[in-house]
Design a protein around this ligand. Structure first.
Ligand code: GLA
Length: 413
């Protein structure tokens, strides 16, 4: 059972590691991460507005607050690769690039905390990060301590330049050192992703007991092809993956790219809806200075965020896939007499230019409560009223778009 508050329960006995129990991420983490949009741009001389520097993170933090993201739950602002100096300091500690982070990381963490935001950092289990900066291998205890001293709240630990076979020991060992600091830090792992890439079968029992979230598939890129490849992966592997997700431990299909260059308006709505159904971490990677209002509205859709943040924490599934139409279903609260409410997403994978009519009874989608469901469209807020299990639900779904419905159980008095 997860316990709220910090409890040190990690033990290493004969190579068996038990337990992350840090009380964090009881619903999927929400925030902002630099990587997908800003990458490893270190050229602050020629591109000061977009390079990886403390001012970029401070500007984004200010916008998280002033534009209302934080108050909707997006409360983590995280570094990704390329924040480090190429050398450790004289005491063997990590240090940021001094020209791009002149105030230091503790000061940047304070900046976040002063704004009621949480501060995330990136490192890599191997000898070097993916971009070639120092990794934590050989320094696990020191680096965990440094992160705690700096006031870090969230650690993304990548897996480049490491042997995936070592990760079953290494990721839990770093988790142990994080816990030992006494500072609750969310732990985001890339462990299963790197193991799967080499054909290993990740040990999810250990992963769940170590990490609050984990990547298990390719990096997201700024394209619809990338988003749909991830959606397909999650659909195809759902029977294996869904049981691993729940309060405190989540599958991470990678960042939201809504508001960038690669997705249309319809495709952006689809990514947000499917990420909500998947109980995915909602980690935006977008330039909050220039995002267009209609994309901001997608990211800020309260009802879809509520689907994602439902306290049951059940990862949804693809329950129908035929003729270019997919239906995804997530059980949510309220629950009564064993019947759940649901969020349903109808996704149109076709590109034939005109909306597709979709018609199903609720019963055929597994919604069988005899008193029916109050149904609302979460993007256009159309109310369908109370729909009974054998009523026919008829929808029009735009090409590469989605309709996402809240189906709230009617509880007879
Ligand atoms: C890997 C990760 C990405 C990002 C980059 C940084 O590819 O999967 O999310 O952190 O490294 O180099």
């Amino acid at each position: 059972m997860k316990v709220v508050g910090f409890v040190l329960m990690t033990m290493m006995v004969a190579g068996v590691v038990q337990g992350l129990d840090n009380g964090l991420a009881l619903t999927p983490p929400m925030g902002w991460l630099a990587w997908e949009r800003f990458r490893c741009n270190v050229d602050c001389v020629n591109d000061p507005q977009n390079c990886i520097s403390e001012s970029l993170f401070m500007v984004m933090a200010d916008l998280m607050v002033s534009e209302g993201y934080r108050d909707l739950g997006y409360d983590i602002v995280s570094l990704d690769d390329c924040w480090l100096d190429h050398e450790r300091d004289d005491e063997g500690k990590l240090q940021p690039d001094p020209t791009r982070f002149p105030s230091g990381i503790a000061s940047l963490a304070n900046y976040m905390h002063d704004r009621k935001l949480r501060f995330g950092i990136y490192e890599d289990y191997g000898s070097h990060t993916c971009a070639g900066y120092p990794g934590i291998l050989g320094h696990l205890e020191t680096d965990a301590r440094t992160f705690a001293d700096w006031g870090v709240d969230y650690v993304k630990l990548d897996g480049c330049n490491a042997d995936p076979a070592d990760m079953d020991e290494g990721y839990p060992a770093f988790g142990y050192h994080l816990n030992k600091t006494g500072r609750p830090m969310m732990y985001s792992c890339s462990w299963p992703d790197y193991q799967a890439l080499t054909g290993m079968t990740p040990n999810y029992t250990a992963i769940i007991n170590t990490c609050n979230l984990w990547r298990n598939y390719n990096d997201i890129q700024d394209s619809w092809a990338s988003v749909t490849a991830i959606i397909d992966h999650y659909g195809d592997k759902q029977d294996f993956m869904v049981p691993h997700a729940g309060p405190g431990h989540w599958n991470d299909p990678d960042m939201l790219i809504v508001g960038n260059f690669g997705l249309s308006y319809e495709q952006s709505k689809t990514q947000m809806a499917i990420w909500a159904i998947l109980s995915a971490p909602l980690i935006m990677s977008v330039d909050l200075r220039t995002i267009r209002p209609e994309y901001k509205a997608i990211l800020q859709n309260r009802d879809i965020i509520a689907v994602n943040q439902d306290p049951l924490g059940i990862q949804g599934k693809r329950i129908y896939k035929e003729n270019g139409i997919e239906i995804w279903s997530k059980p949510v609260t309220p629950v009564k007499h064993g019947n759940h409410s649901y969020a349903l997403a109808f996704m149109n994978r076709k590109d034939d230019g005109t909306p597709t009519k979709v018609s199903h009874s609720l019963r055929s989608l597994g919604l069988t409560s005899p008193d029916g469901y109050v149904i609302t469209d979460l993007y256009d807020h159309l109310q369908y009223g109370t729909v009974l299990p054998d009523d026919q639900l008829v929808l029009e779904v735009n090409p590469s778009g989605v309709v996402i419905l809240s189906c709230r159980l009617v509880v007879a008095t």
